[in-house]
Design a protein around this ligand. Sequence first.
Ligand code: FE2
Length: 414
Amino acid sequence: MLYKTERFFVNTYHALASTAFPRMPVPVPNVLNGDKSLDALAEHLRSKGIQRPVIFTDSFFYTLPSFQLLIDALKKRNIDYKVFNEIQPDPSYAIVEKGIAACYEHNYDCAIAIGGGSSIDGTKMINGCAKHNLDPRKITHGLMSMLQLRRKGAYFVAIPTTAGTGSEATTVTVVTDEKTNQKNALVSYGIVPDLAVFDSRLTMALPPHITAATGMDALTHAMESFMSTYATKQTDEMNLKSIQRIFKFLPRAYKNGTEDDEARIEMALASFDAGKAFSKTLLGWAHGISHQLGAFYKVPHGLGCAIALPHVLQFALPKATHRLAIIADAVGLPGATQTEKAQAVVDAVFELNRTLDINSKFDMIKEEHVSDMARNIIKEGNMAYPSHRNFDSYTHLEDFLLERKHYTHKPMAA
Ligand SMILES: [Fe+2]
């Protein structure tokens, strides 16, 4: 199909979906939040009569003192837990199957995911399948999975230890097929956690470069969700609050994260709000580009988002000036006109990257890969990313990537 014809159908789809999608009743987890939330969690589980949780994490987090805080809290309340510490980045079907077996062995009544986005994503799939005896390999990909994973799993607690993915609030999980190396995204309201727990003691030790990358992932969620054509008044409120928090607290968490528990908690809440919002609005092209930077050059997801975000905002500016100007007002950026305010937001994101020692350049992109990258980005993004400005052709995106490879940003005020 010719690209312009394809875009016509995609635009029609987004116009229809923008009225229905944000009205879908996405479940929202309850929240426990503070510097002793793990103790409050153990008390909460007791009060619900939960006795046999399985804790899901990765083998590294399992060795950290932070993990012991959860174990101590459960032991104090005599809760008979089991630990499954084999979750890996981009968990495979084989890992999911082992996790399901752990639930059966322990006759579990609750799933607790503690760790980064992969631990929470893996547990979403394990819990959904274990509770209803489903074969994870037979779950269809994409939106069709909603029909198979529609029922809730056992009581599900998510304890994120990085403030960025928002996985604790979203309807999406990703599983890797180890035979084809294909990543399969599954969507279901049934996999959203019942409870999200934010305990600042868990994120205090996060190294600065991971704090920066995961924080910029959260900012990309909030900004792309705000810039989505599916955005509503309700998602705008969540996203603007999240953006305000990130501009204020991410530099603090980056520079002084081992001591600044206020910055850590505020970042966790910012990530959570953005996660809730983008479950209704979807995301944008910076995510598509980041996924390809990851696939071709192993750039971590959050870092890829950080690099792509200011370029994508600059690209969107002519068609989304008003939306960017609202962000400028929310974070107190100057500008005499809407365009100046919008440009101030782009400048501020480039500047935030500089503060976090992130180089906003696509200099890792090799010319011989650009064509494949552009095809993959458009294949993923045309349906998934309801944006105000889209690429007119594959060549348009190829040119954008190549032009930005050597781009040096000069802020408006310079
Ligand atoms: Fe992301």
